[in-house]
Design a protein around this ligand. Structure first.
Ligand code: GLV
Ligand code: MN
Ligand code: MN
Length: 402
């Protein structure tokens, strides 16, 4: 039997790994001590539920049912400052449903917690490798903002690895998640059935100028790398004006100045440039503008610019059959309080859609806040989401192979 109390208790227990900051925040980045401890605990919970635990070389953690099964799950790593529900909700809901299905003789359900969804090293790295979007060797060469390679970081999980998990054993994938935006909360609705997931591009850019004395170097002689970033940002916002829509977003979220000292004109600035949109062509046009604007900014200052590896995922649509099962379930659990909606956040479901039919459902995020310590959701909404997922899993339409 589905047990909402057991589900909530597990969700709160998972939060204790890396619990930090105000509210219910967590700090549990991929391959950190708390992330690995959380994965060990989840593995034990999967095993207690009668699932066979499997961990691949990336550190993706699976709880496998026997024979063909539906795969449910999300990720249990967090942003450097994250909330307690982003990813964790989908993993713990999956665990509860797999457990309830085994207890009640329901359909076969397997569980996954993908590794590095939050992109410490890339963009949804664990599911990107599992789905064949990225090779393990390519992933191993990715580095975090401190310069640590993924290949080194993942050694912390080497004693847990059991081997590859064949996607052919799964009939489909459903990921439950918090919305991470304001739409459901503002409308007083409980459930979102996702229609599609936007695409993303992510690339580091470096301006190299001339490191020099901050007191003696006249302004007109400087090749100040921070000034270049600042000018680039202003120019880019202007250049984008005729290309973007109100739904397009772009972010410079990480800036690293060298040597990062008050009395030194910075000689080098490396920053992350990320942009997202539902239209792959627009993402490409934006890339061209980014490169041209950066080159023009560097030229105007007699500086150099270099571009890191372009990472990204294209927009994807969800599977009609699985969406239909979620819509029927949403109608039963939250009549007139659900909607079909796109996802502006990125999810492992994007990668998994290369292999399997996929669908997603959302529950509201209070005030639309996420990727912050004070991310939260009403308990009733968490449980409503669990019930929708459970009903959808038990719908015979979900069990059919595509
Ligand atoms: C995933 O958390 C994202 O950045 O959308
Ligand atoms: Mn997430
Ligand atoms: Mn996230």
């Amino acid at each position: 039997m589905l047990n909402p109390d057991r589900f909530l208790a597990d969700l709160h227990h998972l939060r204790t790994f890396g619990a930090s900051g105000v509210g219910r925040g967590v700090v549990r980045p991929a391959y950190s001590g708390p992330d690995v401890a959380a994965r060990r605990w989840l593995a034990q919970r999967m095993s207690d539920a009668g699932l066979q635990v499997a961990v691949d070389a990336m550190g993706n953690l699976f709880g496998l049912a026997d024979g063909p099964s539906l795969l449910l799950g999300s990720h249990s790593d967090s942003q450097p400052e994250g909330g307690w529900l982003d990813g964790a909700l989908g993993v713990v809901a999956a665990l509860e449903i797999a457990r309830a299905c085994r207890e009640s003789g329901g359909p076969s359900v397997s569980v996954v917690s993908f590794q590095d969804e939050e992109g410490r090293f890339g963009v949804t790295t664990g599911s990107a490798v599992w789905s064949g979007q990225l090779t393990q060797a390519e992933a191993d060469n990715l580095t975090d903002h401190q310069g640590l390679s993924l290949g080194s970081a993942r050694q912390i999980m080497r004693d847990m690895i059991t081997g590859d998990v064949d996607p052919g054993r799964f009939t489909g994938f459903i990921e439950m998640h918090i919305e991470q935006g304001p739409a459901l909360d503002a409308a007083g609705e409980q459930i979102g059935v996702v229609s599609d997931i936007v695409g993303i591009r992510d690339m580091n850019i470096t301006f190299s100028g001339r490191q020099n004395h901050a007191g003696t170097t006249p302004m007109h002689l400087r090749q100040d790398a921070f000034q270049a970033v600042s000018a680039f940002n202003t120019a880019l916002n202007d250049q984008f004006r005729n290309v973007v829509t109100p739904q397009t977003v772009w972010t410079i979220g990480h800036v690293s100045l060298h040597p990062n000292a008050s009395s030194i004109v910075p000689g080098r600035a490396t920053f992350s440039m990320q942009w997202r949109d539902a239209d792959a062509n627009r993402l490409e046009r934006m890339e061209k503008i980014i490169r041209e604007t950066a080159l023009a900014t560097a030229d105007a200052r007699r500086m150099q610019v270099s571009f890191g590896r372009l990472l990204g995922l294209d927009p994807v649509a969800m599977d009609d059959r699985l969406c239909g099962a979620l819509e029927q379930a949403a109608d039963a659990v939250a009549p007139k309080r659900w909607r079909k909606m796109p996802s502006g956040a990125l999810h492992d479901a994007t990668n998994v859609s290369r292999l399997l039919p996929v669908a997603m459902l959302f529950v509201p995020s209070l005030k639309g806040i996420s990727h912050a310590f004070d991310e939260d959701t009403m308990e009733d909404d968490l449980v409503a989401g669990l019930r929708v997922l459970d009903l959808a899993v038990r719908n015979p339409a979900t069990q059919d192979r595509p």
